[in-house]
Design a protein around this ligand. Structure first.
Ligand SMILES: O=c1ccn([C@H]2C[C@H](O)[C@@H](COP(=O)(O)OP(=O)(O)OP(=O)(O)O)O2)c(=O)[nH]1
Ligand SMILES: [Mg+2]
Length: 153
């Protein structure tokens, strides 16, 4: 499933004009970069978290899909700018503005300017499980082992 049409509403008229519309940077990009639709630069102090508007809403519509908002690796690794919710999950029936929780987990202040690329949006397949209550599971190789049960190396 390489291409999927998803409806988008532009909520900030600067998007597609002075602020570029989010797009896949390369043919093979998994995510498109979301941009901060701020009115003025925002300085995040160490430890500070702010909810930033992206100026757009998407309606994924298909319950077999979801959106994920993920950090950009450069921002996270070099500047400590990650997501306040670690990962954002966008339901297929959500029609509101895509919002990005930006958390400065670093030790220095960081300024986000209007239009800066702050996170990335990925569309992923989803399965809604039909949970069947059972008394016991049929045996598996792992069983109940977890959290390092297979050894440290
Ligand atoms: O980073 C995010 C995470 C979520 N959302 C929107 C889309 C998502 O469909 C909705 C609800 O998100 P979630 O279910 O993770 O939050 P909740 O705290 O459970 O809120 P709700 O009670 O509205 O489901 O909020 C965003 O815009 N950005
Ligand atoms: Mg929820």
């Amino acid at each position: 499933m390489a291409n999927q049409s998803i409806e988008v509403r532009i909520l900030d008229e600067r998007l597609g004009d002075s602020i570029p519309m989010p797009d896949y940077a390369t043919e093979g990009s998994a995510g498109l970069d979301l941009r901060a639709c701020l009115q003025t630069p925002l300085t995040l102090e160490p430890g500070q978290t702010e909810l930033l508007p992206t100026g757009m809403a998407v309606h994924i519509a298909d319950p077999g899909l979801a959106g994920m908002i993920l950090p950009r690796s450069g921002l996270g690794h070099k500047h400590g700018i990650v997501l306040g919710n670690l990962v954002g999950l966008i339901d297929s029936d959500y029609q509101g503005e895509l919002m990005v929780s930006c958390w400065n987990r670093g030790h220095t202040t960081f300024t986000i300017d209007p239009g800066d690329r702050i996170a990335q949006f990925v569309v992923v397949p989803v399965v809604q499980a039909d949970f069947q209550v059972v008394e016991t599971f049929s045996a598996s190789e792992r069983g109940e082992g977890g959290f390092g049960s297979t050894g440290g190396q």
